[in-house]
Design a protein around this ligand. Structure first.
Ligand code: PLP
Ligand code: COI
Length: 370
């Protein structure tokens, strides 16, 4: 893919490494540039890196009305050697195309997605935060731009990638366990629906649940399947728990659960790297809650790119009663998994082959359009 560069004038760009003062918010800041590419007449055309800014969009664009949109979330980390490494973005590229297949958005070659991300990271490398726990959050997304009100797939699309220097998703970071609301009032996904795809409509559908969770002092809802029998996942992370016998369980991926790349990584790392056995199973909610009550389950939490590894300290119910997990603090297995995963991401522990992608350093004078 031949990327066209239309960069900001040098003086208007970040000049020095980004050294933030105090904790960084999640997802609020932007870097200088974004990547764009359009789908017109059956082809992806004009890949380009341009200044970050508003997009021109017809008010009748399909994505604005019928949510024909897919997105990804990935992270890149500044290592001690000054290089920036993106974590498993080939997996994000493959998942973007799987989500696309689910809502009839045409695929983008995975290599082109990876190149788009690495090139953008290279251009905006001075935005990578140095802070402990911070990273460059990567948001690739595709949306239908055809100006048409028929409920039909758009004939045109835009693929965009932008970057956000970000701190932890939950403001207290890894230090504070989160609370989840267990309720039968809301469901995130139904069989035959779009739950396994990362499409904007799923997140619009979860906003009210999130609002009610906040009213209960919880961060998110722990969604159950539509029969209210099994644990599925939270609004922005997969769920896990650890048994007293020292086994970590993640609900089996189904068509109503997003296949988390963080969960997949934990499953791949397994006991050898994590010191805890990891497997997937269907998790009946009532048995789960009984086991938390009896102490047979000692730790619980969530996995996600934004959430990383977040401990769950307690569950709250519709009637405002609460159930603490273990002693309510971060448990030893959760801590070990957090340290192993973030150690790999930050270059402090050896990464399995192919997990880290180097943002390629290209001399800026060699780029056209400077
Ligand atoms: N589940 C949902 C609904 C999500 O939005 C996310 C976030 O991407 C995850 C799980 C975690 O997935 P990943 O680890 O690939 O970020
Ligand atoms: C992520 O973890 O990257 C996500 O996309 C979750 C969220 C911010 C919606």
């Amino acid at each position: 893919m031949d990327i066209r560069y239309q960069l900001k004038p040098r003086a208007a760009r970040r000049q020095k490494p980004f050294l933030p003062d105090g904790p960084l918010p999640f997802g609020q800041l932007r870097t200088d540039h974004m990547f764009l590419m359009d789908y017109v007449d059956g082809r992806w055309i004009d890949p380009r890196i341009v200044p970050y800014g508003p997009l021109a969009l017809a008010p009748g664009a399909v994505a604005l009305h019928y949510a024909q949109e897919i997105f990804e979330g990935a992270k890149a980390f500044l290592h001690e050697d000054g290089e920036i490494h993106a974590f498993r973005i080939d997996k994000n590229a493959a998942r973007l195309n799987r989500s696309g297949a689910g809502v009839l958005i045409p695929p983008i070659p995975e290599d082109d997605q990876v190149q788009a991300i690495l090139s953008l990271l290279d251009v905006d490398r001075l935005w990578a935060p140095h802070q402990e726990g911070a990273s460059l959050y990567i948001r690739p997304f595709v949306f239908g731009t055809q100006d048409s009100l028929g409920v039909k797939p758009s004939s045109r699309y835009t693929f965009c990638v932008f970057l956000s220097p970000s701190g932890p998703y939950y403001p207290a970071g890894f230090r504070e366990p989160v609370k989840l609301l267990v309720t039968r009032r809301f469901h995130r996904a139904a069989p035959g629906g779009t739950g396994a795809f990362k499409t904007g409509g799923n997140y619009a559908a979860s906003l009210m649940a999130g609002h009610v969770a906040h009213e209960h002092g919880a961060s998110q809802v722990l969604f159950l399947d539509v029969t209210d029998t099994y644990i599925e996942e939270a609004g922005a992370m997969n769920h896990f728990h650890v048994t007293r016998a020292g086994e970590l369980l993640i609900p089996t991926f189904t068509e109503t659960i997003l296949r988390s790349i963080t969960s997949e990584s934990v499953l791949e790392l397994g006991e050898r790297h994590l010191g805890v056995r990891v497997r997937q199973d269907r998790i009946p909610v009532e048995q789960f809650l009984d086991d938390v009550r009896s102490g047979a389950i000692t730790e619980a939490g969530g996995f996600g790119t934004a959430a990383v590894v977040s401990a769950v300290g307690s569950y709250v119910f519709d009637d405002a009663t609460e159930l603490r997990v273990g002693d309510g603090h971060i448990g030893p297995h959760t801590r070990k998994v957090y340290e192993a995963l973030t150690g790999i991401q930050r270059g402090k522990r050896p990464a399995p082959e192919g997990w880290l992608f180097l943002a390629k350093r290209v001399e800026s004078t060699a780029r056209p359009g400077e």
